[in-house]
Design a protein around this ligand. Sequence first.
Ligand code: HEC
Ligand code: HEC
Ligand code: HEC
Ligand code: HEC
Ligand code: HEC
Length: 478
Amino acid sequence: MRQAGPHRILRWMFVLLLIPVLLASVRARPASAAELDSDFNDPRRCAACHTEIFSQWDGSMHALAVTDNVFRKFYEMVVEEAGPPAVEFCMKCHTPVGVARKELPPVTGEKIDNVAIKGVFCDFCHTVTPTGIGNAAFDTGHSTTKKGPFENAVSPAHATSTDNVYRTSEFCGMCHSVTHPISGRPIERTYQEWKESPYNTGDPATSTQCQDCHMRQTSDNPATGDTVRKENPGKAALTGPDRPHIWTHYFVGGSALYQDAPNGDRRKAMAMARLRHAARLEINVEDVPSYQDRFGSFRVRVTNVGAGHKLPTGLSEVREMWLDVTVRDAKGKVLLRSGAIGENGGIDPTAAIFKTYLGIGRTNVKLSCCFFAIGERNKILSVETMTRDRRILPKGYDEEKYAFEVPKGAAFPIKIDAKLNYRSMSQDFANIFYPDGSFKVPVIRMEEATAQICPGGSCDDGSLRVPPKKKASGARRR
Ligand code: HEC
Ligand code: HEC
Ligand code: HEC
Ligand code: HEC
Ligand code: HEC
């Protein structure tokens, strides 16, 4: 027997090195029909052909629906307070396949398998049968036929069938509408907010559906009610035909906290672009203080120009949108400030905050203490309903009135600066996850507006006017 010389060893090493390369190229080839499971498939199976769609979905909140920290923490709090009956209620929207496969309880979710853990994923959405609106109104029976919007799709890996429900808001409405399971009262109602809005004409052909805003967004076009909502020509699968429009699968909303998820940076930029095309601000000066020692007043109007539902929507008992308004004189002296963030991270309580509050009867419940608290036995989820709702209707507006005093020595022109801010949750709420306060919830500037006030009405020359001698009549206004 010849001994293995150095060349031989090198040759073997070369072959060994090649094996992973060969395996990788086998994996990269489109999967054949035989390779798709007859049960729910991991989204990576679909990625072999639907590469682009996969990379859009990967890292989306749908992909993180059962693993994201905020959900986990909230869910743990609920289960602790309301007991095991809450488990299936929550999980049916956050891991529909985990619930269908009876992998819950245990409440902690350690039995959720590697596919169900993918949250709201391809094979769930493209095989599901909707049965209504809200509280997970669907049948999760899996099928090897993938349903979608195309009339003539041919795939080497699976049968296809056309279902027009994919083109409608009703498809999203199965989950984007949460009703209290016992009181039957609304908790989160994005679908109904859309249904009652001008975006729904009653005729699907002329309505602007959820998909028209949320599945047309690309990196360079936010696709809101305030922007164009362009076609996105391309291929739905590597081997598929060219088509005039492929629906994107980023599913971007307002929240952009998961920057370590795949494509986190791009997703954050897209969420910010969406928020910046949601609202418009206007300052309307009402009382012009004609000289020092008088009051001035103005209104700030927030119009929802971009969202097809209330602004904000969804988890709006947790999200915060508010006006941050500053009035300064020409020397920079602050005459009014409303909406600043205090040292503990809380928003100035006098600010105009647009959100919802949940509670029992008419009492608001502080979320960080007892969301869905179980007060009495057999009464799960005792937070019953929205007790207060200050949000902006689609294509509607809300106004906040402000008054300020012009003290002695103040200089004209007076400048009003109004900003509309958004953050995914209050700092209080974030501190539950990071008790050391190390996570600062990012504040996103949605819109801003400025105005100047000058006595006599004109600020053209910007010069300081001499206050008139005679005192103007009329009551002080706030
Ligand atoms: C071997 C490649 C391949 C794999 C793997 C694959 N598909 Fe497809 N799929 C295609 C092709 C090709 C089309 C047709 C595209 C077209 O007509 O534009 C298609 C079409 C579709 C459609 C559109 C159906 C319609 O009628 O509108 C859906 C939905 C779909 N696939 C879902 C999936 C899901 C979910 C998976 C993973 C479980 C998957 N596909 C895996 C190749 C594949
Ligand atoms: C939340 C549900 C949902 C998830 C998750 C989802 N899709 Fe879709 N998908 C849709 C809807 C809705 C449409 C059609 C939109 C329309 O017609 O208005 C669609 C369209 C498609 C199409 C047709 C081509 C197109 O984009 O227009 C394909 C193919 C497809 N999806 C594949 C996938 C794959 C692969 C995944 C996982 C990586 C996936 N989908 C995840 C809901 C979903
Ligand atoms: C199976 C239930 C289900 C269906 C169907 C569904 N979603 Fe979702 N969606 C969720 C859940 C759950 C989340 C939140 C996930 C999390 O906890 O991170 C979510 C999150 C989102 C977000 C991100 C919200 C944010 O705060 O940024 C958007 C946008 C969205 N969905 C749009 C849609 C659209 C559009 C459709 C219809 C084409 C749809 N969804 C269908 C369950 C669903
Ligand atoms: C006219 C365009 C438009 C339509 C139609 C629309 N949306 Fe939105 N959506 C937006 C904009 C803009 C935002 C960002 C502002 C905000 O957070 O409300 C948004 C945000 C969201 C959010 C994230 C809210 C948050 O801050 O956590 C969810 C969830 C959502 N939309 C779901 C839906 C669903 C479901 C439908 C259909 C029932 C729908 N949207 C219809 C434009 C639209
Ligand atoms: C009917 C479907 C449904 C049910 C039931 C449901 N959710 Fe959700 N959940 C959603 C949707 C849709 C969103 C996305 C809304 C948004 O982001 O504004 C969401 C978002 C969330 C988020 C925000 C995640 C984030 O990262 O911002 C948390 C937390 C959450 N849900 C917790 C729960 C808990 C706890 C329960 C059970 C008490 C529950 N959900 C029951 C559909 C549901």
